[in-house]
Write a protein of this length. Structure first.
Length: 319
């Protein structure tokens, strides 16, 4: 009787023991122990605090941070991005960058070096300020008569890229956009005929960005020789270098802009700070302007320009 009960118990326990053995030896099953301290032990390698996990689930999820572009220097502040400047501040920055180039203002005559049919091309052109087409992007604009290569041009400064942009438009309305900066820095040198008159010299090198992959006239250099002469140099891309295709030698008509000092006294343009050549009046008081573009801007909003002019005078006097 005792033997029969023992055999019965052994037969009944055998499957249970086999199942427990399979469960503990399976490689796909991890041993999980719940400790009295409230932690869950996943095997012997990783432990997660159950209380902290429950608490974190009850909290509201944090909002996802939006991407902010990183500028050079590592700043992510929106104010560090020059494209976020207010229009008035951007206008002042662009105007300041263009001031050294306003020596080109005025009327010029140009002659091409390349001859077609034995003759050079002769053109007349004039540079003026454009302060109204785009309130945040002033520019120096040029209109040419009888030019082979362009009918008008627009030169401005890109604050986000920190470089100059020249847009040329031909008679067919096709545009070519160039960007670049000074390859020879701007400087003032004494004149050959009169050392008391300082002349502006520089080379502004601009490469074609639109249309892309164009090799003809792929670079333009504005080569300022002195106050009354600059070269408009055109280059083709040949291989990995530029070869000069043609040069337009320009000479100023008249002597209105002969002087290029930093201070023009009473004849300082109320808008650009350049040499004034004609006068405008407001409420019985006269001011100088340097070109027709500045005259138009002044007539449109004289209070604005007079206020800025007086503020600049006060700032200069305090320096």
């Amino acid at each position: 009787m005792y033997l029969r009960h023992t055999v019965f118990a052994f037969v009944w326990l055998l499957p249970l023991t086999f199942c427990m053995s399979c469960s503990s030896d399976s490689p796909e099953t991890e041993k999980v122990n719940v400790n009295l301290g409230g932690s869950v032990d996943l095997g012997s390698e990783s432990t997660i605090d159950a209380n902290e996990e429950l608490a974190s689930e009850s909290k509201t999820k944090k909002p996802i941070r939006k991407f902010q572009p990183i500028t050079l220097g590592g700043s992510t502040s929106p104010t560090a991005n020059k494209t976020d400047l207010p229009d008035e501040q951007k206008f002042d920055n662009v105007l300041e960058a263009l001031k050294p180039l306003q020596i080109m203002l005025g009327d010029w005559g140009g002659v091409t070096n390349k001859k077609i049919g034995g003759f050079s091309s002769v053109e007349t052109l004039g540079w003026v300020w454009d302060l109204q087409s785009n309130p945040a992007q002033p520019a120096l604009v040029m209109k040419a008569d009888k030019s082979r290569y362009y009918e008008n041009a627009r030169l401005t400064y890109l604050t986000d890229k920190q470089m100059y942009q020249l847009t040329l438009t031909n008679k067919a309305g096709q545009k070519r956009i160039y960007e670049g900066t000074f390859s020879v820095p701007l400087k003032k040198v004494p004149g050959d005929d009169n050392p008391n008159i300082m002349h502006t010299t520089y080379k502004l090198s601009l490469s074609l960005v639109e249309p892309a992959n164009e090799k003809k006239r792929a670079q333009i250099i504005l080569n300022q020789q002195n106050n009354n002469r600059y070269l408009f140099e055109l280059y083709d891309l040949r291989g990995e270098s530029y070869a000069r295709f043609d040069t337009i030698s320009t000479r100023r008509k008249g002597t209105s802009f002969a002087k290029s000092d930093s201070d023009y006294g009473s004849k300082t343009c109320v808008i650009s700070g350049g040499l004034g050549t004609s006068q405008v009046t407001y409420q019985g008081k006269s001011f100088w302007v340097c070109c027709s573009g500045c005259r138009k801007a002044f007539d449109a909003d004289p209070k604005k320009w007079i206020a800025k002019y007086e503020a600049n005078k006060k700032k200069t006097a305090n320096q």
